[in-house]
Design a protein around this ligand. Structure first.
Ligand code: ADP
Ligand code: MG
Length: 267
C-alpha cells in the first residue's frame, strides 16, 4: 500500500499541445519505475485509452458509466478490481468513452458536480501511488473535476505561435478552483512540448514561457520527435515503442523530475 498518493492532472484547454502524449508517457514511466499508477482518461476522445492499446468500446466500465452509477448511488466509489488491466506491470487504466461527451449535460443540474471525480477516486489512493488524469481541450465540467481531484497540475505548452494564449484563463480557473474547491491545488510543472531546436521560434517560445512561469517550467524539454507521433497508432507510449528515441528519453527524464518534485513536497 503506497504511503503517499499523488494525483496529477494534465491540463491546457488548447487542443493538440501534447496533453495526452504527456499523460500517457508520464503514467507509463511512473509505472515502469516501479510505482503503482492509474491513468484516468477524462477526455471523450479517449486518446489516452487507445494510446495504451485499449479499445474503449469493449470496456465494461469507463469514467462515464461510473459517473452515472454515482448519480444513482451517491456513495458509489471505484473498486480497483473494475479498472482496466493494461497488460503492463503497475499500470491500470480508467478508460474514457465517447458518451463522456454527454457529461456536461448530465451533470449540469447536479449538486456537487465538481467534486464527483475526487469522490469516485478517493478509495484508490490506497492502491496507487500515482493517479494521472488526462483532460479534454476545454475548461468544462470534466476539466474542473480533474482540477478539483488533483494535488498538482502538469501543463504542457506547445512550442508554437500563441503558446501562452489562453493560459491566463487557465490560471484564473486554477485560482477559482483553489479558492472554492481544492485549496491544495498547485502547478507542479509547465512542460515545453514539440520543441524543435532547429527553429528560432521554439527558442523564443521557450524564453517567453520561462519568463512567464519561472521555476515552474520543467527543466526537461520534450523535443518534436517522429517516434512520439508514431507510437499511438501502435497502442503504445513512446517510452515502450522506442525507448531509445529522443522523445522517449525526454519523457523518462520528465518522470524523474516529477518524482523529485513529489519528494520535495512530501507531506
Ligand atoms: P492533446 O492531448 O493536447 O490534444 P496530443 O498529445 O494528442 O495533444 O498531441 C497532439 C498531436 O501531436 C498528436 O498527434 C501527437 O502524436 C503529436 N505529438 C505530441 N507530442 C509530440 C512530440 N513530442 N513530437 C511529435 N509529435 C508529437
Ligand atoms: Mg488529448
Amino acid at each position: 500500500m503506497p504511503s503517499q498518493s499523488w494525483t496529477l492532472a494534465v491540463v491546457n484547454q488548447k487542443g493538440g499541445v501534447g496533453k495526452t502524449t504527456t499523460a500517457v508517457n508520464l503514467a507509463a514511466g511512473l509505472a515502469l519505475s516501479g510505482e503503482p499508477t492509474l491513468l484516468v482518461d477524462a477526455d471523450p476522445q479517449a486518446n489516452a485509452t487507445s494510446g495504451l492499446g485499449v479499445d474503449a468500446r469493449t470496456q465494461s466500465h469507463n469514467l462515464f458509466s461510473l459517473i452515472q452509477a454515482r448519480l444513482v448511488h451517491p456513495q458509489a466509489t471505484i473498486a480497483s478490481e473494475i479498472l482496466t488491466d493494461t497488460g503492463r506491470e503497475n499500470l491500470a487504466l480508467l478508460p474514457a468513452s465517447i458518451d463522456l461527451a454527454g457529461a456536461d449535460v448530465l451533470l449540469a443540474s447536479q449538486i456537487a458536480r465538481e467534486t464527483l471525480l475526487r469522490s469516485l477516486l478517493a478509495p484508490l489512493h490506497e492502491d496507487y501511488r500515482w493517479i494521472v488524469i488526462d483532460t479534454p481541450p476545454s475548461l468544462g465540467v470534466l476539466t474542473i473535476n480533474a482540477l478539483t481531484a488533483a494535488d498538482g497540475l502538469i501543463v504542457p505548452v506547445q512550442c508554437e505561435y500563441y503558446a501562452l494564449e489562453g493560459l491566463s484563463q487557465l490560471l484564473q480557473t486554477v485560482d477559482l478552483v483553489r479558492q472554492h474547491l481544492n485549496p491544495r491545488l498547485e502547478i507542479w510543472k509547465v512542460v515545453l512540448t514539440m520543441h524543435d531546436s532547429r527553429t528560432r521560434l521554439a527558442e523564443q517560445v521557450e524564453q517567453e514561457v520561462r519568463k512567464f512561469f519561472g521555476a515552474k517550467v520543467a527543466h526537461t524539454v520534450i523535443p518534436r520527435n517522429i517516434r512520439v507521433s508514431e507510437s499511438p497508432s501502435f497502442g503504445q507510449p513512446v517510452i515502450e515503442y522506442d525507448p531509445r528515441s529522443r522523445g522517449a528519453q525526454a519523457y523518462l527524464e520528465l518522470v524523474e523530475e516529477v518524482k523529485r518534485y513529489a519528494a520535495s513536497c512530501a507531506r
